[in-house]
Write a protein that binds this ligand. Structure first.
Ligand SMILES: Nc1nc2c(ncn2[C@@H]2O[C@H](COP(=O)(O)OP(=O)(O)OP(=O)(O)O)[C@@H](O)[C@H]2O)c(=O)[nH]1
Ligand SMILES: [Mg+2]
Length: 313
């Protein structure tokens, strides 16, 4: 979604710049040394500038992504690192220009080598100063790559509920997504998105279906990293929430806790429509008054799809 090029380390960038400079062939020693320094300057300047420009402008980011990036990476840290890169870019240009000026003024042929070495040394020192920031931005890039594209303006359904109740199983049935399904809690560790095509007679609308990773009934401060992603999605995205409960208790959590979470979600997101479904009725036999479904046998799924369309239209 965000096209950020691989962020190289200080060593790799210096190798790239000095390596290119080394290959410069020019008979005149003065001209050759100047050419080397301007090549190094140009490569580092262009590359660092490309890095800074590739990251999104955080102030214009949709609130959903802003909060998600802040949770997963840290917006302040990213801002600081990008600031450091920009500082280094300017500093290196200045150092290279100083070196070029010195060489232009110097008439003694034998001194060019020393000026070049000293300038290279100062440039390397600036690059090593930002190495930690380069590493951090490379990690940030890798995390951003894994965040799925979610169109914050498209109609969106969020599947929420306790861990292990069958949210991924339902996502798989309703949409194009192929989530991992397993018999233990917190299988889903991040947001997963699928698409569902409506059967509208007049227009084909693509509805996004997002699984919010398993939530527990507890205060926001106590919520783990996985749960917090779910809360951010619930806060900024849904037109409709499907809340899944498991009354068979195979999920490993009591109905009391599941109901408490439902109450909290209803309270916090009071302006969003909610469909509550009881899943796994093939084993529970159906113990509640909620809409009954089984992702295992397909029971109740067509009714659920009809209900979704009704609520979204
Ligand atoms: N018998 C039965 N088992 C089901 C049904 N739906 C899901 N399961 C099983 O319940 C377990 C959890 O399913 P998932 O879809 O991974 O649940 P989840 O809510 O996404 O779990 P987390 O991502 O870990 O929070 C898996 O072993 C599923 O096979 C159902 O309708 N009937
Ligand atoms: Mg899951």
């Amino acid at each position: 979604m965000f096209k950020i090029p691989p962020i190289l380390s200080a060593d790799e960038l210096l190798d790239k710049a000095f390596g290119k400079a080394k290959r410069i062939k020019e008979r005149d020693r003065k001209a050759r040394t100047i050419n080397k320094l301007s090549t190094v300057k140009q490569i580092l300047n262009n590359t660092l500038q490309k890095y800074v420009k590739a990251f999104p402008s955080f102030d214009n980011l949709h609130r959903f992504y802003y909060e998600l990036f802040d949770l997963l990476i840290g917006i302040d840290k990213m801002r600081k690192s990008l600031g450091a890169i920009e500082w280094a870019r300017k500093k290196i240009s200045k150092i290279a220009n100083d070196g070029i000026r010195k060489i232009k003024r110097e008439e003694d042929n034998k001194k060019y080598k020393n000026i070049l070495a000293a300038t290279y040394g100062r440039i390397s020192s600036v690059m090593y100063q930002i190495n930690g920031h380069l590493t951090f931005l490379e990690e940030a890039r890798n995390k951003m790559k894994k965040i799925p594209y979610i169109d914050a303006d498209a109609p969106t359904i969020i599947i929420a509920g306790y861990p292990n109740v069958g949210k991924s199983s339902l996502l798989k049935i309703l949409s194009s997504a192929k989530p991992e399904i397993a018999s233990y809690p917190f299988t889903t560790k991040g947001l997963i998105v699928g698409h569902m095509e409506t059967e509208d007679k007049y227009e084909k609308r693509k509805i996004q279906v997002v699984e919010a990773p398993g939530l527990l009934d507890r205060r926001d401060e106590e919520r783990n990293y996985i749960e917090k992603q779910g809360m951010i999605a619930l806060r900024y995205l849904p037109d409709l929430i499907i809340f899944v409960v498991d009354a068979s208790l195979h999920c490993g959590y009591s109905m009391e806790n599941q109901m408490k979470l439902l109450d909290e979600i209803k309270k916090e997101f009071y302006d969003v429509d909610i469909i509550v479904v009881e899943n796994k009725v093939d084993i529970s036999g159906g113990k509640t008054d909620f809409m009954k479904i089984s992702c295992a046998t397909g029971e109740g799924i067509d009714e659920l799809k009809r209900e979704i369309m009704k609520r979204l239209s």
